[in-house]
Design a binder for this molecule. Structure first.
Ligand code: ZN
Ligand code: ZN
Length: 369
């Protein structure tokens, strides 16, 4: 993909903008397709070279990145925006050069598309047509235990789905679809744009088919040729065991489908977990509390502690103080991406009796603790 733009324009690497513009004009006149010496491919190449070298910002980028320049541009993501900025620089060039050049908005759009094509960007118009479907974001509330153990839920959405009348091929069933003869199915036509710098070859959306490349005898009456319709959709979702409050699940390709066969967006499900009376969650650990009598605390005992993994026997040592926390290893929540389970921490609280009979009080005093 390496192209030597200096060589194409026949200028030195240190050439200034004036020299570059002069060289471009000379070459553009020479290779103009309408002339005897014309050469469409070379004309295009010269235009391409000037788009870069004639813009000092792009020129320095090109000097820096050399052959990877085009890739760097194409990978930019906001190529449309780049193209636009590039165009505004170009427009200044026009008025400086000769003045009196008037362009209406339509010309601007075409130039924009044209420059994009020269650089190998996808043009704005094309992007709009093939835009990926929208993402959808929904919230889903589940119970504590469902989050701990995982659950399958069905959610209902209203979203754009493929039209069931035409199956997304845009034509009314039983009617003909023909390739556009104007553009031979490419959806683009090449035009010559007269400019102060000579004629420019630009690409424009085919007016016959509106860029579709196809001519429909009759468009689908349900989707009006969009290929998608709004409809209710039910989706079964597997919520993985261990999901926590506020976490989001992405289900790729389950957002809205795009128009005219473009890829579907993604579905994002933000999970809310209801709190539980017995268990509190801390990451993958669970916390709970249990009451024991002061006699159990003093003498020690074995008690049952409720965990998400069922009842677990816990040995209370003699002389356990209130608010002592015991760890039940591995009785917490399964970690989402493997890696075992969290722990269960149980806080033992000693219940002090608040309604003692006279005899009980007497006995306690006799203990003389
Ligand atoms: Zn349809
Ligand atoms: Zn066409």
């Amino acid at each position: 993909m390496s192209k030597d733009y200096y060589n194409i324009l026949g200028v030195d690497k240190n050439a200034n903008q004036d020299e570059i513009k002069k060289a471009f004009r000379k070459k553009a006149h020479k290779y103009h397709p309408d002339k005897a010496s014309g050469d469409e491919a070379k004309f295009k190449e010269v235009n391409e070279a000037y788009q870069v070298l004639g813009n000092s910002q792009k020129k320095s980028q090109y000097d820096k990145f050399g052959s990877t320049f085009e890739q760097a541009q194409a990978g930019g993501g906001f190529s449309g925006f780049d193209g636009f900025r590039d165009f505004s620089g170009f427009a200044n060039g026009f008025s400086n050069g000769g003045g009196g050049v008037k362009m209406d908005f339509e010309d601007l759009g075409e130039m924009f598309g044209g420059i994009g094509d020269i650089f190998g960007f996808s043009s704005g118009a094309k992007n709009k047509r093939r835009q990926r479907g929208n993402d959808i974001q929904v919230a889903l509330t589940i119970d504590f235990e469902e989050a701990v153990f995982g659950v399958e839920k069905e959610i209902s959405l209203r979203k754009h789905v493929i039209c069931d009348h035409c199956n997304g091929n845009l034509a009314e069933p039983g009617t003909k679809i023909e390739t556009c003869k104007t553009c031979n199915g490419t959806g683009r036509v090449t035009k010559i744009q007269r400019t102060i710098l000579g004629n420019m070859q630009v690409q424009a959306v085919c007016e016959t088919c509106g860029g579709e490349g196809k001519i429909y005898e009759r468009k689908c009456k349900k989707c009006h040729g969009r290929g998608i319709v709004m409809d209710g959709a039910k989706i079964k979702i597997k919520i993985p065991a261990g999901i926590d409050n506020g976490e989001t699940i992405r289900i790729s390709g389950h957002g809205e489908v795009g128009e005219r066969g473009a890829a579907a967006g993604d579905l994002y499900i933000e999970v809310h977990v209801r709190s539980d009376k017995k268990f509190k969650r801390d990451g993958y650990d669970i916390k709970s509390s249990v009451f024991i009598s002061f006699i159990q605390a003093a003498l020690g005992d074995k008690i049952d502690v409720e965990t998400i993994a069922g009842d677990v026997k816990l040995k209370i040592p003699a002389g356990t103080q209130s608010s002592t926390i015991f760890k039940l290893r591995g009785k917490g929540i399964n970690r989402l991406r493997g890696g075992g389970r969290g722990d269960h921490f149980v806080e033992v609280k000693v219940r002090i009796p608040d309604s003692l009979s006279r005899k009980q009080k007497q006995l306690l005093k006799e203990l003389n603790l």
